[in-house]
Write a protein that binds this ligand. Structure first.
Ligand code: C5P
Length: 229
């Protein structure tokens, strides 16, 4: 089975100030997207990557990759799910509907090889897809303005991480259908669920952090420097 990484990197998020989109924020000397791509391409089972970039992206690639596998690009879109769909459309000609795709956020630089291995194995064993996820550890409150109005039992609740894996054709159909049905799709598993599938939950490391705030960035900087030394 051909296995391809799909990396949506067309977001314009610049919550770190300046005009640097999040995927290009530097951590441990390299942009987030370089760490994410290297983690994916370093895996011997991954054949290459398709990256969805913003139309006005002037920074790609801007760094040296440690791998010589194909890294293809396509134009992303206004929402993450549309960027993923554009990448699947572009990859389809090259890899076909049966390829296994691993959709991974450019903003998650600290992906462990063992987690990648496990989510690939799980996705190859089922037709429903698979995702890395972490059990919810905190007690969850329903807010009514500044008052707590109830507690949501956390049993059986997971935080969805990436990569999320499925057969290219299955995921493409599911995303198209979910978007056509007006679902606000925030991850691949949501589209698969909407299509009646039940993606496998693969427990992943909690330090597979999506960098969103300066605090996340500081934590990831520490983690990446610790694992490099
Ligand atoms: O903003 P958020 O952290 O949810 O973005 C997750 C990933 O999706 C990022 O890698 C971002 O670049 C990507 N994205 C995209 N196209 C969009 C919005 C986000 O590829 N329109």
């Amino acid at each position: 089975t051909a296995i391809w990484a799909v990396v949506p990197a067309a977001g314009s998020g610049s919550r770190f100030g300046g005009d640097v989109p999040k995927q290009y924020v530097e951590v441990a000397g390299r942009p987030l997207i370089a760490h994410a791509l290297d983690a994916l391409l370093a895996h011997p089972r991954v054949d290459g990557a398709m990256v969805a970039l913003a139309a006005d992206d002037a920074r790609w690639p801007g760094w040296t990759s440690h791998h010589d596998k194909p890294v293809l690009t396509c134009q992303g879109a206004a929402e993450r799910a549309l960027s993923v769909l554009a990448a699947l459309d572009a990859l389809r000609e090259r890899a076909g509907d049966d390829a296994l795709v691993l959709v991974h956020d450019a903003a998650r630089p600290n992906l462990a090889a063992a987690d990648l291995d496990r989510v690939i194995d799980a996705a190859l064993e089922t037709a429903d897809g698979a995702l890395l996820a972490a059990p919810v550890r905190d007690t969850l409150k329903r807010g009514d303005r500044d008052r707590s109005a109830g507690t949501q039992p956390r049993d059986g609740l997971w935080r969805a991480l990436t990569p999320q894996a499925a057969r290219l054709g299955v995921l493409r159909d599911a995303l198209r259908r979910a978007l056509a049905d007006g679902i606000a799709v925030t991850d691949e598993a949501m589209a698969l669920e909407h299509a009646g599938l039940r993606p496998r939950l693969v427990e992943g490391r909690e330090d597979n952090i999506k960098v969103t705030t300066p605090a996340d960035r500081a934590l990831v900087e520490y983690l990446l420097r610790a694992s490099a030394s």
